[in-house]
Design a protein around this ligand. Structure first.
Ligand code: MD3
Ligand code: FE
Length: 212
């Protein structure tokens, strides 16, 4: 476990937490589910501009965006209208082992980056459960991930996220600006066509009542 410093309190990185065999098993569990819930091209609200990252989701709720309705969570795939597939067991186990959060995750967002894809700096703010951490699992090519602070102009630092790395954003880091500057092509052979898959687990709704 690595702490990146007081400026990023609550950010934790477990490099190589998933070994090669576990990465392969998780990759296969992802690909099977993507047959049911194919990657789609998300579009920015209002402008309709396509994002560079293709997306799908697993679990009860999925994060989606399109020109007309913008950013939101919903229970069905925007193109097929079908419910999202269930989450792979292994990601639920990771949430239970690492999150320290009482309630289960509701969304597992799948981000697929081709070699030239990026994700610009943003804050995740579509979740009501602000106290819940976000757990991220990286598969495939290494990403240069950037994380700053709660204000866009805050200083940032760059973190490499390689295949099998798991990171968690809790506490103050949960409200930090972050993005993916670039993918380093050819750094992993896990995905047949190269590129990177990132899974993020989130609690979306506030749990109804605290356990007693
Ligand atoms: C820092 N995904 O889906 S994962 C996203 O690599 C997103 O696909 C990136 O940002 C990716 O919204 C980064 C790590 C991550 C996830 C959520 C965060 C970092 C975060 C929330 C707050 C701060
Ligand atoms: Fe994000």
């Amino acid at each position: 476990m690595t702490r990146t410093g007081a400026d990023l309190d609550g950010f934790r990185l477990w490099p190589g937490l998933l070994g090669r065999a576990e990465q392969e098993a998780l990759r296969d569990a992802v690909f099977v589910r993507l047959k049911q819930a194919p990657l789609y091209i998300p579009r920015m609200p209002k402008s309709g501009q396509p994002m560079r990252v293709r997306m799908s989701n697993f679990g009860a709720l999925g994060w989606v965006t399109d020109k007309e309705q913008g950013y939101r969570y919903q229970a069905t795939h925007p193109e097929t209208g079908k419910p999202w597939p269930d989450m792979p067991e292994r990601v639920l186990d990771l949430w239970n082992e690492l999150s320290g959060y009482d309630a289960p995750p509701e969304a597992c967002l799948v981000n697929y980056y081709e070699s030239d894809a990026r994700m610009s700096l943003h804050i995740d703010s579509d979740e009501q459960a602000w106290d819940a951490p976000v757990l991220s699992i990286s598969l495939g090519d290494t990403a240069l991930f950037r994380i700053g602070g709660p204000v866009r102009s805050d200083p940032t630092r760059s973190v490499r996220l390689a295949s099998g790395d798991v990171c968690m954003l809790g506490g103050p880091s949960r409200r930090a600006y972050h993005g993916v500057d670039r993918i380093l092509p050819g750094t992993s052979r896990l995905l047949p066509k190269g590129g990177r898959i990132n899974l993020t687990l989130r609690r979306v709704t506030a749990p109804s009542s605290p356990s007693t």
